[in-house]
Write a protein that binds this ligand. Structure first.
Ligand code: TRP
Ligand code: SF4
Length: 330
């Protein structure tokens, strides 16, 4: 049998999951779990690096995110689903890698520079935050993952991971890690209901467990073609977020919407109402399943404990190999 490609990916538990997660990383995960050997991780240590002041609120978000993953179809039978901090080998490898990683490589990371400017209020000018992409490197290579589904913004982190792998191999004269390659979702970037990037911190998200009223209200707020003032004006779907949502989530409707928009056959209000109904239908079963899962804490805990046991087995083997190569341990 052909060996399956090993995949690792993670999401930080920093808030509820929204449509941006679904169109980006989560839909890639759903695809990849069918054909690859996948490790899907709740990256709680990464979340702590910016949320350390609210450390005790992470637990609840972890369960909420996990319930979203499962209700949208991530399967613990197909993938190893676990929480990062349940596998302490990540931290161990992180320290080992920090021995050999020049500070300049970390200072140079664009994500570090950007986040420092954007999240000034979070006080993330810390030692740990500088090491963010290096912990990510440890996450990936401890499973010897070959492919890493990530958002576009994470590409520099994968670049760093490959650099660190090369340095490790050169310094210790070995070749034990694959050079991890990114998989970036082809879905067009999804904007929030206010036309800015969809993000928890902008309060412009449609959440994956949004109820019917929430879906309707948020879609009503959405910015459409600014040139289409009257119902009789012909629209330009290419500049409209509503159309973008149709394209991403209901591609089978794309052509029809484009036609009614350009010909002014339907008004924006109706176009939005139809979109809201489609989402309401799409979310209905999933939301019920999520609510049920959240009531079954023991079941969720069991998934995580089985997942971390499987992950730990692999991680511990790699760590043993690494320690043997470094050769300092008694
Ligand atoms: N930094 C990633 C993000 O914010 C999350 C993450 C942590 C991750 N460790 C990872 C992604 C390892 C891929 C692989 O999206
Ligand atoms: Fe957007 Fe629909 Fe209005 Fe066209 S009809 S501008 S796609 S909301």
């Amino acid at each position: 049998m052909k060996k399956k490609v090993r995949v690792l990916s993670g999401m930080r538990p920093t808030g509820r999951l929204h449509l941006g997660h679904l169109s980006g990383v989560l839909s890639e995960w759903l695809r990849l779990q069918e054909e690859c050997q996948c490790f899907f991780m709740v990256a709680d240590l990464h979340a702590l690096m910016s949320e350390y002041k609210n450390s005790s609120s992470l637990k609840e978000i972890i369960y909420d995110n996990l319930a979203d993953w499962l209700s949208w179809g991530i399967s613990p039978e197909k993938a190893v689903v676990f929480v990062q901090s349940d596998v302490p080998e990540h931290m161990e490898l992180f320290i080992t890698l920090s021995l050999i990683t020049p500070l300049g490589w970390l200072y140079r990371c664009p994500s570090f520079k950007e986040q420092m400017q954007q999240l000034r209020s979070k006080e993330i000018n810390t030692y740990a935050f500088l090491g963010y992409p290096l912990l990510q490197t440890a996450d990936i290579i401890i499973y010897k993952a070959e492919k890493v589904p990530v958002g576009q913004d994470q590409l520099p982190h994968l670049e760093l991971a490959r650099e660190v792998v090369r340095r490790f191999h050169t310094l210790y004269g070995c070749n034990i890690f694959p050079q991890p390659q990114p998989i970036v979702s082809k879905a067009p970037k999804l904007l929030g209901v206010d036309g800015r990037k969809m993000s928890n911190s902008y309060n412009n998200c449609i959440y994956l467990s949004e109820d019917d009223a929430g879906i309707r209200e948020k879609i009503e707020q959405m910015v459409t073609d600014p040139q289409r003032i009257h119902k009789t004006d012909m629209g330009h779907p290419e500049v409209c977020s509503v159309f973008n949502y149709y394209s991403v989530f209901f591609p089978q409707k794309r052509q029809e919407v484009e036609e009614w928009c350009r010909n002014a056959a339907r008004g924006c209000r109706e176009c939005k109402r139809i979109l809201a109904e489609l989402f309401q239908e799409k979310f209905f079963q999933v939301r019920k399943l999520k609510a049920r899962l959240l009531k079954e804490k023991a079941y969720l805990e069991d998934i995580l404990s089985k997942g971390s046991a499987r992950a730990r087995k692999v991680a511990a083997e790699t760590m043993q190999e690494v320690n043997k190569i470094l050769g300092y341990k008694l």
